[in-house]
Design a protein around this ligand. Structure first.
Ligand code: ADP
Ligand code: 5GP
Length: 209
């Protein structure tokens, strides 16, 4: 019987437009044991986004009710909207030994570090300001005002990058994905994720006496 595994937390942050969603979607698609934490938000859905899959899209009153009821593991106001991590699915994933990936902003990451502690905190860096601006516009999901607001917020978010465990520069997508994947692979090999492995191995020597 394979040894029991404990799930790990992978927290991924980046200035808007860096390519974080592109990278984390791919990682979750490749690894079914990695469960994406679906956030709640008051931001309106973008074209192609599905309620309950990309986000739980809530009106402001409902979001505040969730927050007051203690249903969120963390929450923050980002680019003028509320975002938060529902607690129950995180607990369920933990109980099932699944890994959980959080796509959240730097304020949320700081809160999770306080409440959850252990985890791998990854910051994704855009290659240049010009390329970040180009990606935000090319995505075609936000008005020029929203794009400008997100671009202007980037330096403040980048100032928190030194607080993270890992940096991935998303210049070329394949290389960035290989880096993120390697981080996840390495984190999965930490002894704390495999509490039964060594006792079960050593028990074979006891059994042989
Ligand atoms: P975020 O989730 O960080 O806001 P997205 O994943 O939505 O960013 O990516 C923003 C845009 O940049 C998308 O159109 C995406 O296809 C594109 N993109 C992501 N990574 C790269 C890359 N390495 N090179 C060029 N374009 C990229
Ligand atoms: P977007 O509107 O582009 O989907 O997300 C904007 C920002 O909000 C991104 O930095 C994203 O990571 C962050 N975000 C998404 N979900 C959450 C969440 O649950 N909590 C926090 N604190 N930030 C979130």
């Amino acid at each position: 019987m394979p040894a029991k595994r404990l799930g790990l937390f992978l927290v991924v942050c980046a200035p808007s437009g860096t390519g974080k969603s592109t990278l984390v979607r791919r990682l979750c698609a490749e690894f079914p044991n990695l469960s994406f934490s679906v956030s709640a938000t008051t931001r309106p859905p973008r074209h192609g986004e599905t309620d309950g899959v990309d986000y739980h899209f809530l009106d402001r009153d409902t979001f505040l009710a969730w927050r007051e009821a203690g249903r969120l593991a963390e929450w923050a106001e980002v680019h003028g909207n509320f975002y938060g991590t529902p607690l129950a699915p995180v607990r369920e994933a933990m109980a099932a030994g699944k890994d959980v990936l959080f796509d959240i902003d730097v304020q949320g990451a700081a809160q999770l570090r306080q409440s959850l502690g252990a985890g791998a905190y990854v910051f994704i860096l855009p290659p240049t300001r010009a390329e970040l601006s180009r990606r935000l516009s090319a995505r075609g999901t936000d008005s020029p005002e929203v794009v400008a607001k997100r671009l202007a917020a980037a330096p403040k978010e980048l100032a928190d990058a030194p607080l993270f465990d890992y940096w991935v520069e998303n210049a070329e997508l394949e290389a960035a994905y290989a880096d993120l994947r390697a981080i996840y692979m390495a984190e999965r090999r930490r002894p704390c994720c495999h509490p039964d492995l060594l006792p079960e191995l050593l028990a074979q020597w006891d059994a042989a006496i």
